[in-house]
Ligand binder design. Structure first.
Ligand code: ZN
Ligand code: ZN
Length: 162
């Protein structure tokens, strides 16, 4: 698959364009827009690029879970620096980090941080199972169910406190 046009980008030019996003000479670029053969050449190099990336880079990449924790700032400092350095070099992980961060941002929008807490989320469950000091009719529940973390929960269930 070779283009015989004299202004066609050379293999080297196409490779650096495909792999490094290096700009083509204007003339070659114009030619590329119009030449199916050169577009195919470029596509082939890009494919090779993706293949190389997924096989070379991936062997040193942190796991998906590590990356997620990294995005959520849940890894120890040492680990964070290691992953940050890797992400600088690895387009695949950089991409994954960008996607994960974007995803985390959408979560933030749906569940605004100030009002979001695990406790608030779990409260309705505890409220029905945990004896409430303010509700005499609940005080017969086994004491073992009592969880100290909910001592001051809002009195949102239907019983009337005395
Ligand atoms: Zn061409
Ligand atoms: Zn990587």
């Amino acid at each position: 698959m070779d283009c015989l046009n004299s202004i066609a980008p050379t293999d080297e030019e196409l490779i650096s364009f495909a792999l490094d996003d290096e700009a083509l000479p204007a003339e070659a670029n114009n030619h590329l827009q119009q030449c199916e053969t050169c577009q195919k050449r470029l596509a082939r190099y890009k494919q090779t690029n993706t293949y190389l990336l997924s096989h070379l880079y991936r062997s040193q990449c942190p796991s998906g879970q590590e990356l997620s924790l990294y995005c959520a700032d849940l890894v120890p400092d040492e680990e964070r620096i290691r992953i940050a350095n890797h992400v600088l070099d690895c387009p695949l992980c950089a991409n994954e980090v960008a996607e994960t961060r974007a995803f985390l941002r959408t979560l933030d929008i749906e569940q605004p941080v100030p009002s979001f807490s695990l406790r608030a989320l779990l409260h309705p469950i505890f409220a029905t199972r945990v004896p409430c000091k303010e509700c005499p009719q609940n005080s017969t529940s086994p004491p073992g169910l009592y969880l100290p973390t909910v001592t001051s929960h809002a009195h949102s269930h239907s019983c009337v406190p005395r």
